[in-house]
Design a protein around this ligand. Structure first.
Ligand code: MG
Length: 211
């Protein structure tokens, strides 16, 4: 099975993506990168960026990595996934961009990864570049997930891939917003479910969306 050649122990990078899921992103990204650039929404410290970035690099493509780097709801002080080492006491905000840059440098992806440090919604307003693959792993509130889906999925090319992280079948396992946008994608008739690795789902666009 094709695996990325990561020049360090990926477990050192903070994040919520399993290695199995990361390797699946790499495999799918490797195929998709032949047809255009990739984009991810929600980079955090760059774990998924390494897998998708290495896939893009192999094919001479690029990865747009969109994140405001101020942390999602669940990363804020007092919340379940808060990491105090990422808290900037001068600004009073979370800041994952420093760690993200370190990861990108370590993986030698500075010529492949294009960071966009902005809220996903703002970055999407004037976006016109077709994407061969979109990975959504941003905010997990219903509103944030809908903004990511509605703002970015129209840019996926025909036969391109929509990947969504944190799809849980029951509320007991986790928040339902990612599952809801996955259902919307299928219900729209524009995407068909292809495979599921852990809580990572892959969907293929059936026909191009004209915008
Ligand atoms: Mg996630």
């Amino acid at each position: 099975m094709t695996k990325p050649n990561i020049p360090f122990d990926i477990a050192q990078i903070r994040g919520f993506l399993s290695t199995t899921e990361g390797e699946a992103l790499y495999r799918v990204g490797l195929q998709a990168s032949k047809y255009g650039p990739l984009a991810e929404i929600g980079s955090y410290c760059g774990k998924s960026t390494v897998f998708l970035g290495l896939a893009a690099k192999t094919q001479g493509s690029i990865l747009f990595a969109i994140d405001h780097h101020n942390g999602s709801e669940e990363h804020q002080p007092g919340e379940e996934y808060h990491d105090s080492s990422l808290f900037d006491s001068q600004t009073g905000m979370m800041d994952s961009f420093r760690e993200f840059r370190k990861t990108v440098k370590k993986a030698d992806l500075e010529q492949t990864v294009v960071p966009i440090v902005a809220p996903s919604e703002v970055a999407s307003y004037k976006w016109r570049t077709p994407l061969s693959m979109l990975f959504i792993d941003g905010g997990h509130s219903q509103k944030a997930a809908m903004i990511d889906y509605l703002g970015w999925s129209p840019h996926i090319i025909e036969n391109g891939i929509l990947a969504i992280h944190d799809i849980y079948d029951t509320p007991a396992e986790g928040g339902q917003a990612p599952r809801e946008i996955a259902s919307l994608a299928v219900a729209s008739g524009q995407f068909k479910a292809e495979q599921r690795i852990g809580c990572l789902g892959f969907f293929r666009r059936l026909s191009a969306y004209h915008y």
